[in-house]
Design a protein around this ligand. Structure first.
Ligand code: UDP
Length: 238
């Protein structure tokens, strides 16, 4: 029988692109607001929420380095992009009355809090949403890895990966009409078949620490909260 993934503390990972709407670049405030509402409805269930947002809507280190920039410089620019996204999300959440802290892996005291693990845990206990910014603080990593790292450090029970599709498919469902969605799939199968969930180092880190990854659609209104009540479609990587 199906086990309902009703969790007390979760980490939500979304890509930077999730915030750009149809613009193709940057931030689209109505889209940020829409996602903030999804987060608020989970917060309203009493679930403690960690959030990691990528930076791909603004800058990606790999793209910069492919165009001749030094890789580490490009990666730091990518990390700074995630701080911009985190601030935008903080504004949207707080305008909905959800108290939020932006916590950066790279200290920038005038802008947000530095990452201090025990302090972040305390925020969660006080039901503040923690937005972890600047990734891991290290070049050559991604925000997927940062999400898994913070989920481990914050003792989150699961990593929720919000995407544009309702789970993990055996092939791209936007291209192949006969693509089949997995209800459950193992970390090793994701790695072996190169299924698009998160990058390999993030998957391995989740596997080694037994953190389930719930892949679901953020485009479905009420979908995030629904899953926490045991409804809806998603893929559980575990
Ligand atoms: N980045 C990094 N270290 C980290 C996290 C991110 O160097 O720990 C940089 C990297 O250049 C990356 C960029 O920040 O391309 C944006 O993050 P990511 O590509 O993960 O964003 P997403 O694809 O989720 O929007």
């Amino acid at each position: 029988d199906e086990q309902k993934p009703t969790y007390k503390r979760v980490l939500l990972k979304i890509s930077g692109e999730a915030l750009m709407g149809d613009q193709g670049f940057g931030l689209h405030p109505p889209t940020v607001e829409r996602i903030a509402l999804e987060i608020k409805s989970v917060h309203d269930l009493g679930v403690e929420i960690c959030l990691v947002i990528g930076g791909g809507n603004i800058f990606r280190g790999l793209q910069g380095s492919a165009q001749g920039m030094e890789r580490t410089t490009a990666d730091y620019m990518g990390m700074l992009a995630t701080v911009m996204n985190a601030l935008a999300m903080q504004g949207a959440l707080e305008s909905l009355g959800v108290f939020t802290r932006v916590i950066s892996a790279i200290p920038m005291d005038q802008v947000c809090e530095p990452y201090i693990r025990r302090r972040a845990v305390r925020h969660l206990e006080k039901k503040r949403v923690c937005v972890f910014a600047a990734g891991t603080g290290n070049p050559y990593f991604t925000t997927d890895t940062a999400a898994t790292l913070r989920a481990n450090e914050m003792s989150c029970e699961a990593i929720f990966k919000g995407t544009q599709v309702d789970g993990v498919y055996d092939k791209d469902p936007n291209i192949h009409s006969d693509a089949v969605r997995y209800d459950e799939v193992s970390y090793d199968e994701v790695l072996q078949k190169h299924l698009k969930v998160m990058d390999a180092s993030a998957i391995a880190l989740a596997r080694d620490n037994h953190k389930p990854i719930v892949v679901f659609s953020l485009d479905e209104p009420g979908g995030f909260a629904g899953i926490l009540r045991g409804e809806g479609t998603y893929t559980k990587v575990g």
